[in-house]
Design a protein around this ligand. Structure first.
Ligand code: ABT
Ligand code: MG
Length: 148
């Protein structure tokens, strides 16, 4: 089964949106296999956002993601990488369709509430940055036979 890395950003935590955001993925049928709150070290943030190093918004982006606690999770399910991105909505909340997470909660590109891996390769890379293998749990759910 495919896995993705999702993270409620500091703005989402401060605004009390953690539960509602996690609920969306649970209700869709996805399985949480890793979950923790943490304060990201600057070095880790720079690694996570490595693809944006040197861009004008990079320093502000790292400042923001390290500015407060985040809630990190690994979520598992069929085609979860693409589907989670659809559920999140566009990067720029002004382009995010109403009903998506960003289209429901955000109005600014630099405060867009949630992160989700943009490909299976990114997911594997990001999961390895934020979770140790022993922090991920394998378990079955009776409900899975009603989802798949
Ligand atoms: P992330 O989940 O944060 O990676 O967002 P997403 O993949 O949807 O968008 P990308 B392109 O990866 O942007 C990363 C963060 O950089 C911010 N950003 C991006 C700007 O502030 N200005 C810009 O011009 C662009 C392209 C938005 C993203 N996150 N935040 N917060
Ligand atoms: Mg991205």
């Amino acid at each position: 089964m495919e896995r993705t890395y999702l993270m409620v950003k500091p703005d989402g935590v401060q605004r009390g949106l953690v539960g509602q955001i996690i609920s969306r993925f649970e209700q869709r049928g996805y399985k949480i296999v890793g979950l923790k709150m943490m304060q990201i070290a600057r070095e880790t943030a720079e690694k996570h956002y490595g693809e944006h190093a040197g861009k004008p918004f990079f320093t502000g982006l790292v400042d923001f993601i390290t500015s407060g606690p985040v809630v990190a999770m690994v979520v598992e399910g069929k085609d979860v990488v693409v589907t989670a991105r659809e559920m999140m909505g566009a990067t720029n909340p002004l382009k995010a369709i109403p009903g998506t997470i960003r289209g429901t909660y955000g109005v600014d590109v630099g405060r867009n509430v949630i992160h989700g891996s943009d490909s299976v390769e990114s997911a594997n890379r990001e999961i390895a940055i934020f979770f140790k293998p022993e922090e991920l749990v394998e378990y079955g759910r009776a409900i899975d036979t009603w989802i798949y």
